[in-house]
Write a new protein. Structure first.
Length: 178
């Protein structure tokens, strides 16, 4: 199934680009003083959050029970590897270390048995992680006076993809809770 078909399958044809904006209010926003303002902070933040998305998705690729969750996990893992390759300019980048909060979240997920509870927790973790990733992209883009650097363009593309993923994840959340 190609990615466009996955979007339609996940969204049931009711794809709304405004859902992530409305849903974001339900999640804690990253404090303004913690948003990445320079290139180093941006890379560190995006790679660390990407590492959480990657590692949890690798786990979900093996243990998710709902086919759509497993499919999303596979797409997400591949995407995070590609993003790390782009941001580090390395063909095989090392996985970024997680901070204690995110490491604990990954540990909690890894201890859940396969089943509905695992799927629900994975989707909830991905929603939280994607909101944090969106905050990181927005913080970096707002701090950039010029829109001419390659990394700014990467952040712009990442932001659009993250917004799409938030819509897909909300649809998945509804599926796993049904």
């Amino acid at each position: 199934m190609n990615r466009r078909s996955a979007v339609v399958a996940f969204s049931g044809g009711a794809f709304s680009v405004f859902a992530p904006i409305v849903m974001h209010a339900a999640y804690a926003q990253t404090p303004a003083n913690m948003l990445p303002r320079d290139l180093g902070q941006y890379r560190t933040s995006t790679l660390m959050l990407g590492s959480l998305a990657l590692q949890s998705s690798q786990l979900a690729s093996q243990r998710a029970t709902l086919a759509q969750v497993k499919q999303f996990a596979g797409f997400e893992a591949a995407e995070q590897v590609a993003m790390a390759q782009v941001l580090t300019d390395a063909p095989a980048p090392t996985v970024a270390s997680l901070d204690s909060t995110h490491a604990a979240q990954l540990e909690t997920l890894s201890k859940l048995p396969t089943g509905r509870a695992f799927d629900e927790q994975y989707v909830a973790l991905q929603l939280q992680c994607h909101h944090e990733l969106l905050d990181a992209q927005n913080g970096f883009l707002q701090a950039q006076p010029s829109m001419s650097s390659d990394v700014v363009h990467i952040a712009m593309l990442a932001r659009a993809t993250i917004q799409m993923h938030l819509v897909l994840l909300e649809e998945l959340r509804q599926m796993v809770q049904a």
